[in-house]
Write a protein that binds this ligand. Structure first.
Ligand code: ACO
Length: 380
């Protein structure tokens, strides 16, 4: 019989609860690798499709393998019949993350064998969910703007197709590449909260849809993927670069958190933030949004001075906010963008978990009273 560690670790900080071959993080040095390849190299040279192949197969594809994988993904771009009607039935006031969570859950009802949990079946489901969630987000955003959905274009890559379905026109190469880099940098990140959630759910041998649905619910929290929206709200609240110092200092004095800073694992600058910072600067310049970038740089400088010694540096959400804004995405689509990409990581982890499953079942330390007499209702 195995014995559980006797000590309670709040937030499970530092506890190793799974093994993965997908991503490696060195939070002190600020390193992130997917299957051993530095995130910066993937951001420079790879595509989202190739990165997903890498995560799911633990190696880079040959040219033929990438072509075949891309073809399979594109074959899943279109929504199953009846899904568009479901999206149209969502109130236009709904938050996109709530809509996405519900629609991914609904996809299970369009799968003839949703509960099949062989590794092969899980891969098919992963391709299906990854392939068609962009159509869900794009169709919902158009629905709330009173526009008809745009059918996917299977001649386009994942990123270009999403932007095309969203805007009804083909994106420029620069926008497509910027979006693709966002997708690459958000695809996987160890046993973060939403990934852990996905693994916990599948460990009961539930199903891929339930695992991804639960992960979306986790991701939307402001301490996790929802922080990118918080960053944008903050940038909008600060009237000018001259007001940054006062704004940040006031917040810190009130012991409030500055969104987009700090990370459970990184105690150095998140390497994804470094990649996205360069991207944000370029896009801000190209789209006339340099004020957002200069405000961001000013916040980073003050935060380094004030809390850098605590290991609080920009995380992935900090510069992704400016990047998404410059790509033309609405604020409440920022976190769904994170989800579109992270489905690659979540489903990869589900497949890993299924390959060597053990039910997650930690213990709680009971800290309540004992031997309490039952008080009849009239005596309370
Ligand atoms: N702004 C100001 N101070 C901060 C911040 C922040 N964003 N984050 C941490 N701190 C401070 C805390 O106040 C604390 O200070 P103290 O020791 O003087 O009390 C110290 O740093 C340590 O904070 P913890 O809460 O223990 O750090 P933890 O590792 O648990 O938190 C977390 C990580 C939740 C991400 C936190 O940094 C945070 O709330 N950040 C803002 C939200 C955010 O950007 N989330 C996105 C994370 S990345 C992702 O999920 C994709």
């Amino acid at each position: 019989m195995t014995t559980a560690p006797a000590t309670f670790v709040k937030g499970l900080e530092g506890i190793i609860a799974a093994q993965t071959e997908m991503s490696y993080i060195d939070g002190v040095q600020g390193v992130l690798e997917y299957v051993g390849i530095a995130i910066g190299d993937l951001a420079k040279h790879s595509t989202f499709e190739e990165t997903v192949f890498l995560l799911w197969n633990k190696r880079l594809p040959t040219k033929g393998e990438l072509e075949s994988f891309t073809k399979q993904l594109r074959a899943n771009y279109a929504l199953p019949e009846g899904m568009i009607e479901r999206v149209r039935s969502v109130p236009t006031s709904a938050e996109p993350m709530h809509m996405l969570r519900t629609m991914v859950s609904a996809l299970s009802m369009h799968d003839a064998s949703p509960n099949e949990n062989s590794v092969e079946a899980a891969r098919v489901k992963a391709l299906k969910i990854l392939g068609c969630t962009p159509a869900i987000v794009a169709a919902f955003d158009r629905h709330r703007r009173g526009l008809e959905p745009v059918a996917p274009d299977t001649s386009l890559g994942f990123s270009a197709n999403f932007l095309y379905m969203l805007n009804g026109e083909k994106p420029t190469e620069a926008m497509t590449r910027a979006f693709d880099i966002c997708m690459i940098t958000h695809a996987d990140h160890g046993l973060n909260n939403s990934t852990f959630t996905a693994r916990v759910v599948i460990s009961t041998l539930s199903d891929m849809y339930s695992a991804i649905t639960a992960a979306i619910g986790s991701l939307r929290g402001p301490l996790h993927g929802g922080a990118n929206e918080g960053v944008m709200k903050m940038l909008n609240e600060i009237p000018s670069v001259d007001a940054v110092e006062q704004y940040v200092m006031d917040k810190l004095a009130r012991k409030e958190r500055i969104m987009g800073f700090g990370h459970r694992v990184y105690k150095a600058k998140d390497p994804r933030a470094a990649e996205l910072m360069t991207l944000a600067e370029q896009l801000a310049r190209d789209t006339g949004n340099m004020d957002l970038y200069t405000k961001s740089k000013a916040i980073e400088k003050i935060m380094e001075r004030e809390v850098g010694s605590k290991g609080i540096y920009p995380n992935v959400d900090f510069y992704s906010a400016t990047t998404y804004h410059c790509i033309g995405l609405k604020l409440d689509l920022f976190t769904p963008m994170f989800a579109l990409s992270r489905i690659a990581g979540w489903s990869g982890h589900v497949i890993e978990q299924l390959g060597d499953n053990r039910l997650f079942r930690p213990k709680a330390e009971y800290v309540g009273p004992h031997n309490v007499a039952y008080t009849p209702m009239d005596n309370r």
